[in-house]
Ligand binder design. Structure first.
Ligand code: ADP
Ligand code: MG
Length: 256
């Protein structure tokens, strides 16, 4: 780390750059929610999210997903290729929950029969297939943005959008069955992508498969009792327990 230079601090990670250009992410124990308004620190959170990201990046790369990942440096550092981050976060949802449910109730978004055939819709019900949407990344507060607006504002081309959606669905198709075997439902997840400054390729960037960026639900509780037992950052958002303990449990289920 001595040669790496500090270049910035995100909400959860500190960012350094090596003389060769590689980015070193230091995963801290910081946790934030509600656009950074609610803040805290939880022991081991950084190391757990770092190790989980590295675990998934390796698995995804082995399945042919192009990523920025280069190396895990224990206990809480991830080395990656420097990319130009695309101006959106991509969200894939397998359940009607969180902000999608809130927007649906307010009439701000339609869920057509492709996703839920029944008229009767309820919070936490499963979707027939993954619902992929975008939020802005470089505005003060993240907001949902339509594909039309992305194209009109020339933030992204139609083919870039299609590529991100396809890659995101592939990532979900790799993570979901694996997690299911470990007793975890992948309810939704967020991804970031960037363009390689070397090859121009679009690479999966930031972090992946962590309880910060995914909604993980205990499978047994949902399937047996219809209960949503969160194993993710919702525990912090909704004050449902000790985040360190929940994150340790998630790590144990996924990796050990
Ligand atoms: P944030 O507050 O934006 O969530 P984080 O604490 O997650 O920030 O720190 C990571 C930051 O680094 C994010 O802004 C993310 O977009 C950016 N980033 C992720 N991967 C790369 C990469 N390979 N190259 C450059 N920047 C990246
Ligand atoms: Mg982040």
């Amino acid at each position: 780390m001595d040669e790496a230079k500090f270049i910035g601090r995100g909400k959860a990670k500190d960012i350094y750059q090596r003389p060769n250009g590689d980015i070193v992410f230091v995963f801290t124990d910081r946790v934030t929610a509600f656009d950074g308004i609610k803040k805290a620190e939880y022991n081991d959170k950084g190391a757990i999210c770092c190790k989980l990201s590295c675990f998934w990046f390796e698995k995804l790369q082995a399945e042919g997903i192009k990523t920025h990942f280069k190396e895990y440096v224990p206990p809480n550092m991830l080395v990656a290729e420097d990319v130009s981050i695309l101006p959106v976060e991509v969200i894939a949802r397998n359940f009607l929950y969180g902000s999608l449910w809130k927007r649906y109730k307010k009439g701000e978004v339609e869920i057509n029969t492709e996703f839920i055939p029944e008229d009767e819709k309820s919070e936490g019900m499963p979707l027939e297939k993954s619902y992929v949407e975008f939020t802005t990344k470089f505005e003060r507060v993240d907001r949902p943005i339509t594909e039309e607006e992305l194209i009109e504002s020339e933030w992204m081309t139609k083919s870039e959008i299609e590529h991100l959606k396809m890659e995101t669905i592939k990532v979900g198709e790799i993570m979901s069955p694996y997690l299911s075997q470990k007793g975890i439902i992948l309810a939704d997840f967020k991804l970031e992508f960037g363009r390689s400054k070397m090859s121009g390729d679009i690479l999966l960037a930031d972090e992946v498969g962590t309880p910060d960026g995914c909604r993980f639900w205990d499978k047994e509780a949902y399937e047996r009792r219809g209960e949503i037992l969160s194993l993710d950052k919702d525990v912090f958002r909704q004050e449902k327990g000790d985040l360190s303990e929940v994150y340790r449990e998630v790590y144990k289920r996924i990796v050990d």
